[in-house]
Design a protein around this ligand. Structure first.
Ligand SMILES: *[C@@H]1O[C@H](CO)[C@@H](O)[C@H](O)[C@H]1NC(C)=O
Ligand SMILES: *[C@@H]1O[C@H](CO)[C@@H](O)[C@H](O)[C@H]1NC(C)=O
Ligand SMILES: *[C@@H]1O[C@H](CO)[C@@H](O)[C@H](O)[C@H]1NC(C)=O
Ligand SMILES: *[C@@H]1O[C@H](CO)[C@@H](O)[C@H](O)[C@H]1NC(C)=O
Length: 331
Protein backbone atom coordinates (compact mmCIF):
# COMPACT_ATOMS: atom_id res chain seq x y z
CA UNK A 1 0.00 0.00 0.00
CA UNK A 2 1.30 3.41 -0.87
CA UNK A 3 1.29 6.15 1.68
CA UNK A 4 -1.62 7.98 -0.01
CA UNK A 5 -3.67 4.81 -0.18
CA UNK A 6 -3.08 4.11 3.50
CA UNK A 7 -4.03 7.68 4.31
CA UNK A 8 -7.18 7.38 2.29
CA UNK A 9 -8.12 4.14 4.07
CA UNK A 10 -7.50 5.74 7.44
CA UNK A 11 -9.50 8.76 6.44
CA UNK A 12 -12.38 6.54 5.34
CA UNK A 13 -12.21 4.57 8.56
CA UNK A 14 -12.21 7.79 10.53
CA UNK A 15 -15.21 8.99 8.60
CA UNK A 16 -17.04 5.75 9.19
CA UNK A 17 -16.36 5.82 12.93
CA UNK A 18 -17.38 9.44 13.17
CA UNK A 19 -20.51 8.85 11.20
CA UNK A 20 -21.48 5.81 13.25
CA UNK A 21 -20.88 7.69 16.48
CA UNK A 22 -22.84 10.59 15.14
CA UNK A 23 -25.62 8.28 14.08
CA UNK A 24 -25.63 6.64 17.49
CA UNK A 25 -25.73 9.93 19.32
CA UNK A 26 -28.21 11.35 16.94
CA UNK A 27 -30.46 8.34 17.06
CA UNK A 28 -30.35 7.28 20.65
CA UNK A 29 -29.46 10.32 22.66
CA UNK A 30 -31.66 12.94 21.16
CA UNK A 31 -35.31 11.98 21.42
CA UNK A 32 -36.36 14.88 19.25
CA UNK A 33 -34.32 13.58 16.34
CA UNK A 34 -36.05 12.13 13.37
CA UNK A 35 -34.17 8.84 13.60
CA UNK A 36 -35.00 8.40 17.25
CA UNK A 37 -38.64 8.68 16.45
CA UNK A 38 -38.29 6.54 13.41
CA UNK A 39 -36.57 3.85 15.46
CA UNK A 40 -38.81 3.94 18.48
CA UNK A 41 -42.15 4.93 17.16
CA UNK A 42 -41.87 2.65 14.12
CA UNK A 43 -43.84 5.24 12.28
CA UNK A 44 -42.46 7.78 9.89
CA UNK A 45 -44.29 10.70 11.44
CA UNK A 46 -41.79 13.00 13.10
CA UNK A 47 -44.28 15.18 14.90
CA UNK A 48 -45.81 12.75 17.35
CA UNK A 49 -47.11 14.15 20.62
CA UNK A 50 -45.83 11.04 22.42
CA UNK A 51 -43.25 8.29 21.93
CA UNK A 52 -45.75 5.43 21.46
CA UNK A 53 -46.89 4.17 18.08
CA UNK A 54 -50.31 5.72 18.54
CA UNK A 55 -50.96 8.58 20.92
CA UNK A 56 -54.29 9.43 22.47
CA UNK A 57 -53.47 13.08 21.91
CA UNK A 58 -52.58 12.69 18.25
CA UNK A 59 -54.23 15.74 16.76
CA UNK A 60 -56.46 14.95 13.92
CA UNK A 61 -57.74 18.33 12.88
CA UNK A 62 -60.65 16.72 11.08
CA UNK A 63 -61.83 14.97 14.18
CA UNK A 64 -64.14 17.61 15.50
CA UNK A 65 -65.96 15.16 17.78
CA UNK A 66 -62.81 14.37 19.75
CA UNK A 67 -61.30 17.86 19.75
CA UNK A 68 -64.52 19.40 20.98
CA UNK A 69 -64.60 17.10 23.99
CA UNK A 70 -61.00 16.48 24.96
CA UNK A 71 -59.56 19.07 27.34
CA UNK A 72 -56.15 18.37 28.84
CA UNK A 73 -56.22 21.42 31.08
CA UNK A 74 -58.80 19.96 33.47
CA UNK A 75 -56.69 18.09 36.02
CA UNK A 76 -58.02 14.58 36.70
CA UNK A 77 -56.56 14.41 40.21
CA UNK A 78 -57.08 16.75 43.13
CA UNK A 79 -54.29 18.79 44.67
CA UNK A 80 -54.53 21.57 47.24
CA UNK A 81 -54.11 24.09 44.46
CA UNK A 82 -56.93 22.85 42.25
CA UNK A 83 -59.23 21.72 45.06
CA UNK A 84 -61.40 24.83 45.19
CA UNK A 85 -64.66 24.08 43.39
CA UNK A 86 -66.69 26.64 41.51
CA UNK A 87 -70.20 27.20 42.89
CA UNK A 88 -71.63 25.33 39.91
CA UNK A 89 -69.37 22.36 40.37
CA UNK A 90 -69.93 22.23 44.09
CA UNK A 91 -73.71 22.32 43.65
CA UNK A 92 -73.65 19.61 41.00
CA UNK A 93 -71.36 17.44 43.08
CA UNK A 94 -73.42 17.87 46.26
CA UNK A 95 -76.52 16.92 44.30
CA UNK A 96 -75.07 13.53 43.23
CA UNK A 97 -75.84 11.83 46.50
CA UNK A 98 -77.81 14.63 48.15
CA UNK A 99 -75.67 14.87 51.26
CA UNK A 100 -77.80 16.61 53.86
CA UNK A 101 -75.37 18.15 56.35
CA UNK A 102 -71.97 18.35 54.66
CA UNK A 103 -68.92 19.37 56.65
CA UNK A 104 -66.95 22.43 55.57
CA UNK A 105 -65.38 21.33 52.28
CA UNK A 106 -62.21 23.42 52.41
CA UNK A 107 -61.50 22.33 55.98
CA UNK A 108 -61.95 18.69 55.01
CA UNK A 109 -59.61 19.12 52.03
CA UNK A 110 -57.08 20.72 54.32
CA UNK A 111 -57.19 17.73 56.67
CA UNK A 112 -57.07 15.35 53.73
CA UNK A 113 -53.77 16.70 52.44
CA UNK A 114 -52.24 16.37 55.88
CA UNK A 115 -52.74 12.62 55.51
CA UNK A 116 -52.16 12.02 51.80
CA UNK A 117 -49.53 13.54 49.50
CA UNK A 118 -50.18 16.75 47.63
CA UNK A 119 -48.51 16.26 44.26
CA UNK A 120 -49.22 17.09 40.66
CA UNK A 121 -48.95 13.73 38.93
CA UNK A 122 -48.89 12.42 35.38
CA UNK A 123 -49.28 15.81 33.66
CA UNK A 124 -45.99 15.23 31.86
CA UNK A 125 -47.23 14.40 28.38
CA UNK A 126 -44.64 15.04 25.68
CA UNK A 127 -42.82 13.60 22.69
CA UNK A 128 -40.51 11.52 24.90
CA UNK A 129 -43.19 9.84 26.98
CA UNK A 130 -44.84 6.55 26.07
CA UNK A 131 -47.11 5.50 28.92
CA UNK A 132 -49.23 2.46 28.12
CA UNK A 133 -52.30 1.80 30.23
CA UNK A 134 -54.68 -1.10 30.67
CA UNK A 135 -58.12 -0.23 31.96
CA UNK A 136 -59.60 -3.44 33.29
CA UNK A 137 -63.35 -3.51 33.74
CA UNK A 138 -65.17 -6.23 35.60
CA UNK A 139 -67.12 -7.89 32.80
CA UNK A 140 -67.61 -11.65 32.56
CA UNK A 141 -66.19 -11.42 29.02
CA UNK A 142 -62.74 -11.65 30.65
CA UNK A 143 -63.35 -15.27 31.64
CA UNK A 144 -61.16 -17.51 29.54
CA UNK A 145 -59.75 -14.51 27.63
CA UNK A 146 -56.09 -15.20 28.52
CA UNK A 147 -55.45 -11.43 28.59
CA UNK A 148 -53.41 -11.62 31.80
CA UNK A 149 -49.98 -11.34 30.17
CA UNK A 150 -51.03 -8.51 27.90
CA UNK A 151 -52.59 -6.58 30.79
CA UNK A 152 -49.57 -7.09 33.06
CA UNK A 153 -47.19 -5.75 30.39
CA UNK A 154 -48.68 -2.22 30.61
CA UNK A 155 -47.13 0.59 32.62
CA UNK A 156 -50.38 1.41 34.40
CA UNK A 157 -53.01 -1.17 35.21
CA UNK A 158 -56.25 0.40 36.38
CA UNK A 159 -58.90 -1.72 38.09
CA UNK A 160 -62.07 -0.75 39.88
CA UNK A 161 -64.43 -1.41 42.76
CA UNK A 162 -64.38 -4.97 44.11
CA UNK A 163 -62.18 -6.42 41.33
CA UNK A 164 -60.04 -9.30 42.61
CA UNK A 165 -57.02 -10.72 40.77
CA UNK A 166 -56.16 -13.74 42.93
CA UNK A 167 -57.32 -16.86 41.15
CA UNK A 168 -58.01 -14.99 37.87
CA UNK A 169 -54.46 -14.01 36.89
CA UNK A 170 -54.46 -15.77 33.52
CA UNK A 171 -57.41 -13.74 32.33
CA UNK A 172 -57.12 -10.44 34.18
CA UNK A 173 -53.43 -10.21 35.14
CA UNK A 174 -51.84 -9.93 38.56
CA UNK A 175 -50.55 -6.34 38.77
CA UNK A 176 -52.59 -3.29 39.78
CA UNK A 177 -51.04 0.16 39.78
CA UNK A 178 -54.32 2.07 40.31
CA UNK A 179 -57.51 0.89 41.94
CA UNK A 180 -60.49 3.20 41.51
CA UNK A 181 -63.13 2.98 44.23
CA UNK A 182 -65.52 4.89 46.49
CA UNK A 183 -66.36 4.21 50.15
CA UNK A 184 -69.30 1.93 49.39
CA UNK A 185 -67.29 -0.16 46.87
CA UNK A 186 -64.00 -0.25 48.77
CA UNK A 187 -61.69 -3.21 49.12
CA UNK A 188 -58.25 -3.70 50.72
CA UNK A 189 -55.28 -3.03 48.46
CA UNK A 190 -51.63 -3.98 48.51
CA UNK A 191 -48.89 -1.55 49.40
CA UNK A 192 -47.77 -0.92 45.81
CA UNK A 193 -51.18 0.07 44.47
CA UNK A 194 -52.47 3.63 44.21
CA UNK A 195 -55.93 4.00 45.67
CA UNK A 196 -57.92 6.38 43.48
CA UNK A 197 -60.90 7.62 45.45
CA UNK A 198 -63.91 8.89 43.51
CA UNK A 199 -65.62 11.19 45.98
CA UNK A 200 -69.37 11.76 45.58
CA UNK A 201 -69.75 13.87 48.71
CA UNK A 202 -67.75 15.65 51.37
CA UNK A 203 -68.20 12.66 53.70
CA UNK A 204 -66.24 10.49 51.22
CA UNK A 205 -63.17 12.67 51.75
CA UNK A 206 -63.67 12.39 55.52
CA UNK A 207 -64.08 8.64 55.08
CA UNK A 208 -60.69 8.16 53.39
CA UNK A 209 -58.93 10.19 56.09
CA UNK A 210 -60.70 8.15 58.76
CA UNK A 211 -60.19 4.78 57.02
CA UNK A 212 -56.44 5.46 56.89
CA UNK A 213 -56.20 6.72 60.48
CA UNK A 214 -58.77 6.57 63.29
CA UNK A 215 -61.51 4.46 61.74
CA UNK A 216 -64.35 6.60 63.09
CA UNK A 217 -66.45 6.86 59.90
CA UNK A 218 -68.42 3.60 59.67
CA UNK A 219 -71.52 4.61 57.78
CA UNK A 220 -72.34 6.77 54.74
CA UNK A 221 -75.77 5.79 53.37
CA UNK A 222 -74.85 2.17 54.03
CA UNK A 223 -72.27 0.62 56.37
CA UNK A 224 -68.74 1.05 54.93
CA UNK A 225 -65.33 -0.36 55.77
CA UNK A 226 -64.11 1.73 58.69
CA UNK A 227 -60.50 0.80 57.98
CA UNK A 228 -58.84 0.08 54.67
CA UNK A 229 -55.52 -1.55 53.93
CA UNK A 230 -53.83 0.81 51.53
CA UNK A 231 -50.62 2.80 51.28
CA UNK A 232 -51.55 6.33 52.36
CA UNK A 233 -48.60 7.70 50.39
CA UNK A 234 -50.31 6.40 47.28
CA UNK A 235 -53.82 7.72 47.75
CA UNK A 236 -55.15 9.92 44.94
CA UNK A 237 -58.42 11.79 44.71
CA UNK A 238 -60.50 11.97 41.53
CA UNK A 239 -61.10 15.67 41.04
CA UNK A 240 -64.82 16.65 41.25
CA UNK A 241 -64.17 19.27 38.57
CA UNK A 242 -62.89 16.54 36.25
CA UNK A 243 -65.82 14.33 37.26
CA UNK A 244 -68.24 17.05 36.08
CA UNK A 245 -66.22 17.62 32.92
CA UNK A 246 -66.51 13.90 32.08
CA UNK A 247 -70.25 14.01 32.69
CA UNK A 248 -70.86 17.14 30.65
CA UNK A 249 -68.28 17.00 27.86
CA UNK A 250 -68.21 13.25 27.26
CA UNK A 251 -71.61 12.00 28.38
CA UNK A 252 -73.45 15.18 27.43
CA UNK A 253 -75.43 14.88 30.64
CA UNK A 254 -76.70 11.33 30.00
CA UNK A 255 -77.58 9.35 33.11
CA UNK A 256 -77.33 10.76 36.61
CA UNK A 257 -73.56 10.41 36.66
CA UNK A 258 -70.84 8.36 34.93
CA UNK A 259 -70.10 4.79 36.03
CA UNK A 260 -66.81 3.92 37.71
CA UNK A 261 -65.82 2.14 34.51
CA UNK A 262 -66.31 5.24 32.40
CA UNK A 263 -64.61 7.48 34.98
CA UNK A 264 -61.62 5.12 34.99
CA UNK A 265 -61.47 5.07 31.21
CA UNK A 266 -61.50 8.88 31.09
CA UNK A 267 -58.77 9.05 33.70
CA UNK A 268 -56.65 6.83 31.46
CA UNK A 269 -57.45 8.80 28.32
CA UNK A 270 -56.13 11.94 30.06
CA UNK A 271 -53.01 10.58 31.77
CA UNK A 272 -51.84 7.85 29.35
CA UNK A 273 -50.46 7.87 25.84
CA UNK A 274 -51.85 4.51 24.80
CA UNK A 275 -55.03 3.07 26.31
CA UNK A 276 -56.08 -0.56 26.06
CA UNK A 277 -59.47 -1.46 27.45
CA UNK A 278 -60.42 -4.89 28.78
CA UNK A 279 -63.53 -6.31 30.42
CA UNK A 280 -66.06 -3.70 29.28
CA UNK A 281 -69.48 -4.67 27.98
CA UNK A 282 -71.43 -7.92 28.00
CA UNK A 283 -70.02 -11.41 27.44
CA UNK A 284 -70.51 -13.38 24.22
CA UNK A 285 -74.00 -14.45 25.28
CA UNK A 286 -75.04 -10.90 26.01
CA UNK A 287 -74.88 -11.42 29.76
CA UNK A 288 -73.80 -8.73 32.18
CA UNK A 289 -72.01 -10.08 35.20
CA UNK A 290 -68.68 -9.81 37.02
CA UNK A 291 -65.84 -12.12 35.99
CA UNK A 292 -65.56 -13.45 39.53
CA UNK A 293 -69.24 -14.28 39.87
CA UNK A 294 -70.91 -17.33 38.38
CA UNK A 295 -74.43 -16.26 39.13
CA UNK A 296 -75.61 -14.20 36.16
CA UNK A 297 -78.63 -12.83 38.01
CA UNK A 298 -76.62 -11.73 41.04
CA UNK A 299 -74.39 -9.69 38.79
CA UNK A 300 -77.04 -8.08 36.61
CA UNK A 301 -75.92 -4.50 36.98
CA UNK A 302 -76.41 -2.90 33.64
CA UNK A 303 -79.51 -0.86 34.24
CA UNK A 304 -78.98 0.53 37.68
CA UNK A 305 -80.87 3.70 36.88
CA UNK A 306 -78.03 6.11 37.63
CA UNK A 307 -75.82 5.35 34.61
CA UNK A 308 -76.63 5.44 30.93
CA UNK A 309 -74.77 2.27 29.98
CA UNK A 310 -75.74 2.47 26.31
CA UNK A 311 -74.51 6.00 25.87
CA UNK A 312 -71.28 5.25 27.74
CA UNK A 313 -70.77 2.23 25.53
CA UNK A 314 -71.35 4.28 22.40
CA UNK A 315 -68.76 6.85 23.44
CA UNK A 316 -66.29 4.09 24.29
CA UNK A 317 -66.91 2.44 20.93
CA UNK A 318 -66.48 5.76 19.12
CA UNK A 319 -63.11 6.30 20.85
CA UNK A 320 -62.10 2.85 19.63
CA UNK A 321 -63.32 3.55 16.08
CA UNK A 322 -61.20 6.69 16.07
CA UNK A 323 -58.22 4.66 17.34
CA UNK A 324 -57.88 6.73 20.50
CA UNK A 325 -58.19 3.55 22.54
CA UNK A 326 -58.15 -0.18 21.76
CA UNK A 327 -60.94 -2.42 22.98
CA UNK A 328 -60.31 -6.05 23.78
CA UNK A 329 -63.68 -7.72 23.80
CA UNK A 330 -62.79 -11.06 25.37
CA UNK A 331 -65.23 -13.82 24.85
C1 LIG B 1 -60.65 23.53 29.03
O1 LIG B 1 -60.76 23.63 30.43
C2 LIG B 1 -60.29 24.86 30.94
C3 LIG B 1 -60.27 24.75 32.45
O2 LIG B 1 -61.50 24.31 32.95
C4 LIG B 1 -61.20 25.98 30.43
O3 LIG B 1 -60.79 27.21 30.94
C5 LIG B 1 -61.17 25.97 28.90
O4 LIG B 1 -62.08 26.91 28.42
C6 LIG B 1 -61.48 24.59 28.35
N1 LIG B 1 -61.23 24.60 26.93
C7 LIG B 1 -62.12 24.23 26.05
C8 LIG B 1 -61.69 24.25 24.63
O5 LIG B 1 -63.24 23.86 26.36
C1 LIG C 1 -65.25 26.88 55.73
O1 LIG C 1 -64.12 27.11 56.51
C2 LIG C 1 -63.31 28.18 56.05
C3 LIG C 1 -62.01 28.17 56.84
O2 LIG C 1 -62.21 27.73 58.13
C4 LIG C 1 -64.11 29.47 56.19
O3 LIG C 1 -63.33 30.56 55.75
C5 LIG C 1 -65.35 29.34 55.34
O4 LIG C 1 -66.17 30.48 55.47
C6 LIG C 1 -66.15 28.11 55.70
N1 LIG C 1 -67.20 27.90 54.70
C7 LIG C 1 -68.46 27.72 55.03
C8 LIG C 1 -69.41 27.50 53.88
O5 LIG C 1 -68.84 27.68 56.18
C1 LIG D 1 -45.42 0.47 52.13
O1 LIG D 1 -44.77 1.46 51.37
C2 LIG D 1 -44.25 2.56 52.14
C3 LIG D 1 -43.62 3.54 51.18
O2 LIG D 1 -44.57 4.03 50.27
C4 LIG D 1 -43.26 2.05 53.15
O3 LIG D 1 -42.83 3.12 53.95
C5 LIG D 1 -43.90 0.98 54.03
O4 LIG D 1 -42.94 0.43 54.89
C6 LIG D 1 -44.51 -0.12 53.17
N1 LIG D 1 -45.24 -1.06 54.03
C7 LIG D 1 -45.18 -2.36 53.83
C8 LIG D 1 -46.00 -3.19 54.77
O5 LIG D 1 -44.51 -2.89 52.97
C1 LIG E 1 -75.78 4.18 20.40
O1 LIG E 1 -75.45 4.00 19.05
C2 LIG E 1 -76.41 3.31 18.29
C3 LIG E 1 -75.82 3.03 16.93
O2 LIG E 1 -75.22 4.16 16.40
C4 LIG E 1 -77.69 4.13 18.25
O3 LIG E 1 -78.68 3.47 17.51
C5 LIG E 1 -78.17 4.35 19.67
O4 LIG E 1 -79.29 5.20 19.67
C6 LIG E 1 -77.07 4.97 20.51
N1 LIG E 1 -77.52 4.98 21.89
C7 LIG E 1 -77.47 6.06 22.65
C8 LIG E 1 -77.98 5.92 24.03
O5 LIG E 1 -77.04 7.12 22.24
Amino acid sequence: MTLTKRRRTLALLFCAVTFTTFLFNYTFRDPSSYLYKYTFRLSASSKGPCACRHCVTERDEDDVWFTERFNLSVHPLMTRDNSALSDDTFKWWQWLQAESHPANFSEVVDELFQVIPDEVLYMDAGPERCRTCAVVGNSGNLKGSQYGGLIDSSHFIIRMNQAPTAGFEEDVGARTTHHVLYPESATDLDNATNLVLVPFKTLDLQWIVSALTTGTVKYTYVPVMNRIKANKDKVLIYNPTFFKYVYESWLEGHGRYPSTGFLSLMLAVHICDEVNVFGFGADQDGNWHHYWEDNLLAGAFRHTGVHDGDFEYNVTQLLADKQKIRMFKGR
